[in-house]
Design a protein around this ligand. Sequence first.
Ligand SMILES: Nc1ncnc2c1ncn2[C@@H]1O[C@H](COP(=O)(O)OP(=O)(O)O)[C@@H](O)[C@H]1O
Ligand SMILES: [Mg+2]
Length: 321
Amino acid sequence: MSLKEIVENKTIKFILSGGKGGVGKTSCAGALALLSENQGLRTLVVSTDPAHSLSDSFDQNLSGGDPVPIEGVDKLWGMEIDTEKGMREFQDSIGEGAAGQDMAMASSLLGDVSGMAPPGSDEAMAFGKMLEFIEDASYDRVVFDTAPTGHTLKLLELPDLLDSWLGKMLTLRQRLSSMMTGLKSMFGGAEAEQSSWDMLQQTKDKIRMARIELSDPDTTQFVIVMIPEAMAVFETQRLLGSLNAWNIPVSNIIINQLVPENPNCPFCSKRHKMQQKNLEDIRDLYQDLNLTEVPLFENEIRGIEGLRKLGKVLMGEDTKE
Ligand SMILES: Nc1ncnc2c1ncn2[C@@H]1O[C@H](COP(=O)(O)OP(=O)(O)O)[C@@H](O)[C@H]1O
Ligand SMILES: [Mg+2]
């Protein structure tokens, strides 16, 4: 499926852009969001990267923690996930005091029992918000601008981990009466224990649903953004490995910031040559994927106009600067 087909295919509900820092993820997410809106789709572009740059990219403040209408565009909303505000809301919702302690205990147990490093609160929060928008039917399309190296999507493995964790807890509970006291204090008595249990079940169900949606190539497409440099190739290999492990469909790589040939500039020519060499390797490595090449523009990509220009290149409409 080409980028154009992804944008035009109305069954695609989620587009995720990801890659190394600074390669152009946010710009591409913005451009793909504008193109989606242009198809008549009610579109939301969300940054889950704590190093937000969506506001800068759209040249508009999107940091309030709620979707903000993008100025000058009919059906496009943008939002940067405010992880700190999210954490506060979460702690308020589960009551004063012990929340932090319980969370710490739960994640250290999770870490111990499952062997998975407990996710940072930023990632957990971003993931929680992603779950919200995956359930939300008020948008036809949601474009996620993801964090470069985060585990955000690794949290899709949570249902299995929770199952095994809960299973092990039950066994422990049967075996060790002394553990009971610990568990009781953790959940705050039998009733609270039941509601914590229910909450975990609900969370598990939500994540299961999200996993089904995010692994369906007719619903979700992850677009990798990279630059033609060796370090970015290594990162792309790792990212692809993870996405495959989590069953997230990938069919496109955007190769960004290609330096044009310029015989009058030895520096540019050298960079051009280095990039072309890497480009050959990239074409070899990713024969099964669609590669879209994007030139390095004279100016930064900022504001609707810049993003639309990038969008044209992504659609294969304009290959010249
Ligand atoms: N093809 C390009 N030509 C010129 N500038 C670009 C290009 N792609 C990205 N940029 C600029 O590079 C910087 C980083 O891009 P951004 O999309 O924020 O990357 P990321 O989200 O991966 O960190 C921004 O200033 C952006 O305007
Ligand atoms: Mg970014």
